[in-house]
Design a protein around this ligand. Structure first.
Ligand code: PAF
Length: 282
């Protein structure tokens, strides 16, 4: 198996990508924070369908974590990640230090409106998307990739990054990838490893409740009532619910029923110290 190249500086990343571009090869970026699982590998496989070369970035981005969140304990598993990416035949890993990404004096942020200000994750993590957008903007311009793959699991993030790429003319195509699920329906996430066995057994309920809710909405049950009942089911099962909402699939604006356009159901709920998010289309 050929070893995947690991580049740690923007200069080396640009040199690698420039070489591929000079050879006429399209380059895809898969931004990650590491702790890779099958869902991430599916992103790499999708990227390979869109580009000859695939760069996977691994960077646990401090600016998207609030002070009380899990930045310090976020799993860092570089050796395993590298083996998985080697097996997946990724071309390079961009593995910068915090100093490379945020050098002394760094003082800029991307200011977001639209899908970043709709009262979903932004209500519970007010500085999160600013940090995500800032790092993604940097990764896009650092790598000069032609396209980037983002999982639908972080649906609001996908919409925020897509909007930013278009609004700021970043010249990168954002490719959405379907959510990868465990056999019992739980959306794959690096944070699932925080769950105790009891919490892990309960976690797939979120997906079941959303599937049932989607069916009720398709059957034209009154939306407000159906959403309320689904919320109660999640709370009664023992989750602390941040939100479960039906939103317009593109704008993320609130909807009152099928007549308002394509609907996406989005949920965020906590089990013990672990925050789980998920979403499905109706
Ligand atoms: O989805 C993630 O893992 C992160 O938010 C991302 C896109 C890599 C930015 O740090």
């Amino acid at each position: 198996m050929t070893q995947v190249a690991v580049v740690e500086t923007v200069r080396d990343l640009r040199r690698a990508v420039a070489g591929w571009h000079a050879a006429g090869e399209r380059v895809a970026l898969v931004p990650t924070m590491g702790a890779l699982h099958e869902g991430h590998i599916a992103l790499v496989k999708l990227a390979q369908q869109h580009a000859r070369r695939v760069v996977v970035s691994i960077f646990v981005n401090p600016t998207q974590f609030a002070p009380h969140e899990d930045f310090k304990k976020y799993p860092r598993t570089f050796d395993t990640d590298r083996s998985l990416l080697e097996a997946a035949q990724a071309d390079a890993i961009f593995f910068p230090s915090v100093e490379e990404m945020y050098p002394a004096g760094f003082a800029s942020r991307v200011l977001l409106l639209g899908p970043a200000a709709v009262g979903l994750d932004d209500r519970f993590r007010p500085t999160h998307f600013e940090g995500v957008a800032t790092i993604c903007c940097k990764l896009f311009t650092q790598s000069r990739a032609d396209c980037a793959v983002f999982g639908e699991k972080d649906y609001q993030q996908l919409k925020v990054v897509t909007r930013m790429g278009a609004d700021l003319d970043l010249g990168i195509e954002i490719i959405p990838a379907p959510t990868h699920r465990e056999p019992d329906g739980l959306a794959m996430s690096s944070r699932n490893r925080y769950l105790s066995p009891e919490e892990r057994a309960l976690a797939p309920l979120l997906h079941r409740v959303m599937q049932n809710l989607a069916m009720r909405i398709r059957n034209e049950d009154p939306l407000f009532q159906a959403v309320g009942q689904a919320q109660s089911e999640i709370i009664t099962a023992g989750f602390e619910l941040d939100y479960l909402e039906a939103r317009h699939a593109e704008t993320l604006a609130p909807v009152t029923g099928l007549a308002d356009g394509p609907i996406r159901l989005l949920v965020a709920a906590r089990l013990g110290g672990t925050r789980l998010i998920d979403n499905i289309s109706v």
